[in-house]
Write a protein that binds this ligand. Sequence first.
Ligand SMILES: Cc1ncc(C[n+]2csc(CCOP(=O)(O)OP(=O)(O)O)c2C)c(N)n1
Ligand SMILES: [Mg+2]
Length: 340
Amino acid sequence: MAKKRSGGTDRHSELGLKREDLVSMHRTMLLARFCDERQWAFNRQGKAPFVVPVSGHEAAQVGSAWAFEAGKDVFCPYYRDMALVLALGFTPRDVFLGLFGKAEDPSSGGRQMPAHWGSRRLNIISGSSPIATQVLHAAGIAYAKRYKKEDAVVGTWFGEGGTSEGDWHGAMNFAGIHKLPLVFVCENNQYAISVHESKQVAGRVYKRAEGYGFPGVEADGNDVLETFRVTKEAVDRARAGDGPTLIELRTYRFFSHTSDDDDRTYRTRAEVEQAKRNDPIPRFERYLVETGILSEDDIAAARAEAKEEVARQAAEAQEADFPDPDSAARHVFAEDGGAA
Ligand SMILES: Cc1ncc(C[n+]2csc(CCOP(=O)(O)OP(=O)(O)O)c2C)c(N)n1
Ligand SMILES: [Mg+2]
C-alpha cells in the first residue's frame, strides 16, 4: 500500500495510476536509458552505423504513451521515440534487431534506417525520414478512423523543429477543421540538431494551436506523472469527440542529435550538465521512494535487472540472421505479378 504524502492524496492515485503502473513505467524508462547507452557503445565500437539517442526524453515518451489504449489507438512516432515504442510493446531485442538491420526487425525487416519505428501488431506506423511527414499521416488516419466510426485515438510525436514544417501546419489545420481524434505531442528539447529554439519559433510552440482552433498546453516533460496527466486529458477529449489537442513537453536531449553529430560545436558542457540535474529518471525515483512504492534497494535491483536484460537481448539480436539478399525487392514490387 502506498504511503500518503502529508497533506493529500498521492499524485499518481489522483491520476488513476496504480503501483504496478508506476513500477512498469520506471522499468520502461530504465530499459530505454540502458538500450541507449548500449547502442551508443555499439556505435563507438563500429558495430552500429547509425544511432539516434533518446536519453533525457524518457518521461515525455513513457508518460504520454501510458495515456493511450494499446491495441485500439494508433501511433505515429518520430525517430527519437525509442522509450515510446518500448512502452507500447517493443522489446529491447526488437530495438537492437532494427539497429543491426536484422531480418526479424519489426519495423522493416532490416530494410529501413534504424529508429524508423513501425509495428503492424502494435498499430505503430513506420515513418519517413523527412521530419513531420508522420504528422500528416496521423491526420489522415484520424480522419479515416472517424469516418469509419471506429473508437480510436491517434497520437503523433515530433520535435519542436518539426513544427516549422508545412506538413505540420497542414495537419494542424486539417485536424482543427475536422475536429479529429488526434493528439499532437511535441518533445521540445530546445534544439533541432544545432538550431536553437529561439531561431525556430518567435512565440511558443503550444500557442500555435490557438490559430488552428483547438487547445494547446505545455508541461514539464521531465516529470512522467505530468506528461501522463496532460496527455490523458487530451486523449479523453479526443475519444469524447471534442477534437485535437497540442501538447508541448519541455525536455532536453543528453547526447548529440545522432551519432553523426557533435553537439560540442553548439552547446556548452556546462549547459548539458545543468540539464542532467533534471534527469527524469532520478526524479521519478525520488517520487517512488517518497511515496513508499519502491525502496532504494528495490531501485538498485530494478536498475541491475534492466541493465542485464538489455545486455542479454542486445546479444541475442547480434546473433540473429540478416535478411536473405533474395528478399531485397519484397514490399517494393508486387509479388506473383498481381496487385500488392
Ligand atoms: C524536411 C526535413 N528537413 C531537414 C531534415 C534533417 N533533419 C533531421 S532531424 C532534424 C532536426 C529536427 O529537430 P526536432 O524536430 O526539434 O527534433 P529533435 O531531433 O530535436 O528531437 C533535421 C533538421 C529532415 N530529416 N527533413
Ligand atoms: Mg528538438
